[in-house]
Design a binder for this molecule. Structure first.
Ligand code: GRF
Length: 196
């Protein structure tokens, strides 16, 4: 079975969607890591009984967090690490050992509105401010350059005249839930094809 680890920092709607879509079906969600106490961590634990680990950014540097995730994912022989609303920046050896095995969901059409500081409402407010006609979301591989790894897929969302950052965020989040599942399905298929 295809083995997944999920990293979270927030509410965890993408995480929940991944668990609901794959757990016990075409993949196994082995573990959930968080870099801060958050709803997502509680839900993984309480609703789904998935082993969780809090790697608190208050006590650990980004590199220490990445190294601990690395160590655990090697031990568990994880096939894919999914950053589902994870706010710390991943670096170090994990990027080499899990090359093309770490993906992130970002709430804009990268390369637009990506990079350090471009997360959450910052992205959507900037899109509104610049009067873009279209925004959306991107699933991409994680590399040392924030939000610049190879794109797996994108979903477009029309920006309406009366949109605020909040209304746009809501519509994009619906597309994120679809995009992340499609991307993981692509990677599961690739993994199966490589094993034949
Ligand atoms: C999403 O907008 C995702 O694109 C971004 O963080 C948000 C996480 O939402 N990276 P949720 O925690 O999955 O609900």
């Amino acid at each position: 079975m295809f083995k997944i680890a999920i990293l979270v920092s927030g509410t965890g709607s993408n995480m929940l969607n991944i668990i609901e879509s794959f757990q016990g079906k075409s993949a196994e969600i082995l573990t959930v890591f968080a870099d801060r106490p958050c709803k997502a961590l509680e839900k993984a634990q309480d609703i789904y009984n998935i082993p969780t680990k809090l790697l608190n950014k208050k006590d650990l540097s980004n590199l220490e967090i990445a190294n601990k995730v690395h160590e655990e994912c090697v031990k568990l022989k994880v096939d894919l690490i999914v950053l589902a609303g994870f706010l710390s920046i991943i670096g170090g050896k994990i990027l080499e050992d899990f090359e093309n095995k770490i993906i992130n969901i970002h709430p804009s059409l990268l390369p637009k509105y990506g990079g350090p500081g471009m997360y959450g409402m910052n992205v959507h407010n900037q899109v509104i401010k610049n009067q873009e006609n279209t925004s959306g979301c991107t699933v991409h591989f994680v590399t040392k350059d924030v939000d610049q790894g190879k794109i797996i897929l994108q979903k477009q969302v029309k920006v309406e005249k009366n949109d605020t950052g909040e209304t746009l965020q809501k519509r994009i989040l619906i597309q994120e839930h679809i995009a992340i599942i499609e991307a993981i399905n692509i990677l599961i298929k690739q993994h199966e094809d490589e094993r034949v």
